[in-house]
Structure formats: structure tokens, C-alpha cells
Design a protein around this ligand. Structure first.
Ligand SMILES: Cc1cc2nc3c(=O)[nH]c(=O)nc-3n(C[C@H](O)[C@H](O)[C@H](O)COP(=O)(O)OP(=O)(O)OC[C@H]3O[C@@H](n4cnc5c(N)ncnc54)[C@H](O)[C@@H]3O)c2cc1C
Length: 446
């Protein structure tokens, strides 16, 4: 694609992780890239209004870590130097799944554990250093501008508070404005109709508190992951170590069972978990902040790829297209996958067809993370989610047999390679795993 015209620019709506990663690849193709972000962006790893989820545990899957390192060589070393612990997911984590406590072994399933604020700040600094990339902050995009017959997006309208709207011209607009994106309304107003939306709501809620890791703390784990178990135990939790010698402790309730944000009940919930580690750990640690709740966690997929018409010069990605139940830790890594896909699509496709081609490719790439996130969630969601597909139901029965072999490290390694988005789900059907699964007595996953 020829985007060498010095006046041409790509514009990204939303300066969170998906928007930043998109800007990183757009800067290889456009002389100017502008990111419009509603918030003022802090000069440091600090909270901001448009990122309330940063208070909660954020797991970076191995696939996401690898893509980030490819896009920003040295990023991981920078995070580690600032105190983010390196993580080997099969060795460092005390993990309780339907198959029981996972045996621990060294492997290539690695990433690092930074707070969401630190990760975003490290990425933002890299983007700010790219010539031709600029930020317009404290301004919200309020709509798309188009050519006369509305077939081509020509830019956006932006507004600061109650000031008059201004227009910014762009030959490509990328919507990365997250789960509450207004793109569906903007497209409907332009006469494109409504995108079909699929929602699977497992009724998950989080309650999170940060703690200082006690001096001299020793345990046989760096982090703890306890999964809910359908249908009788909706309680799960994670303890993640992050920079600054802190733990992020997120308690999770599924099926509408929101974990409490009251101190005594928070502790009681931790005590009721299927393993003692988390309650023991926080009993010895000093809390360094309030307890924050979060409940907007349904899986939500806007099927832009199915729309009969799509304007030229428009792309949507990240949570704005598909937001996941966060318990599976996929959102940032899927945003990273989308950026890589955007890069390869730009290399192959002309600007006219770019949006349509990209949305279709993205939909294909979303199938695996969507299946991973909704497989169990369909059961928690009950009738409201509709019927799980035959493939999902068969996968469930099969996984119950795979879980029965969770004492075997090659099986666990393959399972985690799939959940860390490094291998396709078909890897679980390799003959050596299939054979043992078929011989096994399925674990009771109802
Ligand atoms: C509680 C919780 C826990 C999570 N845990 C994990 C995890 O463990 N691992 C993981 O990988 N992911 C996790 N996620 C998902 C992860 O936070 C997101 O996938 C990630 O932030 C990337 O999202 P995004 O950039 O697409 O959208 P967002 O992060 O939602 O960012 C959207 C941005 O757009 C801006 N914006 C919105 N509207 C406008 C507008 N009109 N004009 C200008 N700017 C606008 C917002 O201010 C914001 O900065 C979690 C999410 C939640 C809610």
C-alpha cells in the first residue's frame, strides 16, 4: 500500500494498550499517526480514569509477551529492571484447576508480571519516541467524518469537555476505544445498520486489594491461581506479584456471586477458597489500598466482519471488537495479536479493501480465544447465553478426560500452550494426548 504521501495520516481512537500497539505498527506504514485519548496521560506508571481495570490483576500470557518483545525489543528487560518479576507459568504458579493442583516443572511458558499501569507506561514511552507519532489527549472522539456518499471515513470529530467539536482528517481511522466503544452508534447513524453482537455472561465479579509483600517472605510459589469449578464452587482467586514488592490479590466470584468489597467479608471469602495459600499470605501482609470491585466482565463480540457494508478507511480492534471475561487473561494478548495482524494485512491489502479484509481476518483470529473464554462460561451463563454449540459441548467432555491426565507434564504443557495462545486447540488432539485422554476416566466437571 502506498502511504508515502507526507500529508497522509492514520488516527487511532483510544490510547490504551490496543491503541498503542496499533499505532506502533501503523507508524511503519504512515508518515503521521495520531492517537486521540479521552484521558490526560500520566507521565509515569500511574492510574487514570479511562483504565479502571488497572486496579485488578492483569496476567500477560506468553504469546502476548512474545509479541510485545518483537514490537519493542528490550521491553521485558526494562520491566524486570523496574522490579516486575519474571514468571514461568508452569513452575512458579501454584495452580488449582478442575484436574487438581498442577505439578510444577520448568518450561518455555514465560512472561513477566507488571502492573497494568507499568506495562502501559512502558509501551507508551516507546510510542512517544517514534517520529511522526503524536498524542491528542483530554479529547474524546464524538463521531466519524465521511465523504459525501458516506462510503469513506475521512477522519473524526473530537471534543474537549463542552468546547466546540473540531475535525481531524485521516485516511485511516482505527477504533481502539474499548468495550464501551461508540462505533456501533456511529455506524448506525451513517446508515450502515447494526453489527450483530454475541454476549456470553458468566456473571463474574472481581474484588481486588493490593498488599506489600512481607519482608523475608518465602513460599514455594510466586503466584497462586485458583479456578472456580462449575457448578458447586464459584469462588476463584489470583495473587500476582508485581513491581514495587507488591501483590495484587484479586478474588473472583462467578455465576453472579460477586466477591465482597467489605474488609471482613473479603478475608472470609479468601478463607473459603479451595486452597489456603491466599488467606495465609494476606494474613501476614500489609494492605496498601482499598478494596475495589468490578463487574462488567461479560464476553462481548461485535461481529463487524458480518456487516453487509463497511466504509473504507475504518478499522476496529481490541476490546472495541471483542472483550473477554478477564479471568482468562486474554485481552492484552489478543490486542497484541490484532496489531500483528494489522501489520500483515496492511502489507497485503490496498487501503480501499483494508478494513473489510482486516475485520474478517481478525474474526478468524478471535475464534480460539473466544472458544477458550466462553467454553466454561456458557455453563455459568445458563439459558441466557443460548445453547452452547455441539463443538463446545464435545470439547468440554474431551477436556474432562484431558484433565484426568494432569499429572503428566506434557499434557499440562500442551494445555497451557493453548491457553497462552501459543498453540491451537487442535494440539490437544495430538495422538499421544488423545490416546491417553480416551483411556482416562473423565474428571467430574459436570
Ligand atoms: C477487571 C479486568 C481485568 C482484566 N484482566 C486482564 C488480564 O489479566 N490479562 C489481559 O490480557 N487482559 C485483561 N483485561 C483486559 C485488558 O484490560 C484489555 O484487554 C486491555 O486494556 C486492552 O484493551 P483496549 O486497549 O482494547 O481497551 P481499553 O483498555 O478499554 O482502552 C480504551 C481506551 O480508549 C479511551 N477512549 C474510550 N472512548 C474514547 C473516545 N470516544 N475518544 C477517545 N478515547 C476514548 C479510554 O479512555 C481508554 O484509554 C482485563 C479487563 C478487566 C476489565
Amino acid at each position: 500500500m502506498d502511504t508515502t504521501d507526507a500529508t497522509s495520516q492514520a488516527l487511532v481512537i483510544g490510547g490504551s494498550l490496543s491503541g498503542l500497539l496499533a499505532a506502533r505498527v501503523l507508524a511503519d506504514h504512515w508518515p503521521q499517526v495520531t492517537i486521540v485519548e479521552r484521558d490526560e496521560l500520566p507521565d509515569g506508571p500511574l492510574p487514570r480514569k479511562g483504565l479502571p481495570q488497572a486496579r485488578h490483576a492483569h496476567v500477560l500470557l506468553s504469546r502476548g509477551a512474545r509479541i510485545l518483545e518483537r514490537l519493542f525489543p528490550g521491553l521485558e528487560a526494562e520491566a524486570l529492571a523496574l522490579g516486575a518479576p519474571p514468571i514461568c507459568w508452569s513452575l512458579d504458579s501454584a495452580t488449582l484447576l478442575a484436574g487438581g493442583w498442577m505439578p510444577r516443572f520448568d518450561s518455555d511458558l514465560r512472561s513477566f508480571s507488571a502492573s497494568r499501569d507499568l506495562l502501559e507506561w512502558l509501551v507508551r514511552k516507546r510510542i512517544q519516541a517514534i517520529p511522526g507519532v503524536s498524542f491528542v489527549t483530554d479529547r474524546a472522539v464524538t463521531g466519524l467524518t465521511t465523504n459525501g456518499d458516506r462510503t469513506q471515513v475521512t477522519g473524526v470529530s473530537v471534543r474537549r469537555g463542552t468546547e466546540a467539536a473540531e475535525e481531524i482528517a485521516a485516511d485511516l481511522v482505527v477504533d481502539a476505544s474499548g468495550r464501551t466503544s461508540r462505533l456501533p452508534t456511529w455506524l448506525a447513524d451513517l446508515g450502515y445498520g447494526q453489527a450483530e453482537v454475541t454476549t456470553v455472561n458468566a456473571g463474574l465479579g472481581y474484588a481486588t486489594r493490593w498488599y506489600a509483600i512481607p519482608d523475608g517472605w518465602e513460599a514455594d510459589w510466586k503466584l497462586v491461581l485458583i479456578a472456580a469449578r462449575y457448578p458447586d464452587n464459584p469462588r476463584g482467586a489470583v495473587v500476582l506479584p508485581v513491581e514495587g514488592g507488591r501483590w495484587v490479590v484479586t478474588l473472583a466470584g462467578t455465576g453472579g456471586m460477586l466477591p465482597p468489597t467489605d474488609e471482613a467479608e473479603f478475608l472470609a471469602f479468601a478463607q473459603s477458597l479451595a486452597g489456603p495459600q491466599i488467606y495465609d499470605a494476606i494474613g501476614q501482609a500489609e494492605a496498601i489500598g482499598p478494596i475495589s470491585g468490578y463487574a462488567r466482565t461479560e464476553n462481548q463480540w461485535r461481529h463487524y466482519e458480518k456487516m453487509a457494508r463497511w466504509p473504507g478507511g475504518l478499522i476496529a480492534l481490541g476490546d472495541a471488537v471483542c472483550a473477554f471475561n478477564p479471568v482468562y487473561g486474554q485481552g492484552m494478548s489478543v490486542g497484541a495479536l490484532a496489531a500483528e495482524l494489522l501489520d500483515s494485512t496492511i502489507r497485503q491489502s490496498g487501503l480501499d479493501a483494508l478494513g473489510r479484509v482486516f475485520q474478517k481476518k481478525l474474526a478468524k483470529a478471535l475464534l480460539t480465544p473466544w472458544q477458550l473464554a466462553t467454553g466454561d462460561d456458557f455453563r455459568w451463563a445458563g439459558r441466557a447465553a443460548g445453547e452452547a454449540s455441539l463443538a463446545d459441548r464435545l470439547m468440554h467432555r474431551y477436556l474432562a478426560r484431558v484433565f484426568a491426565n494432569f499429572d503428566q507434564t506434557d499434557v499440562i504443557h500442551t494445555f497451557f500452550s493453548v491457553t497462552h495462545l501459543l498453540a491451537p486447540p487442535t494440539a490437544l488432539f495430538r495422538p499421544s494426548i488423545l490416546w491417553r485422554a480416551l483411556k482416562a476416566k473423565p474428571v467430574d466437571t459436570k
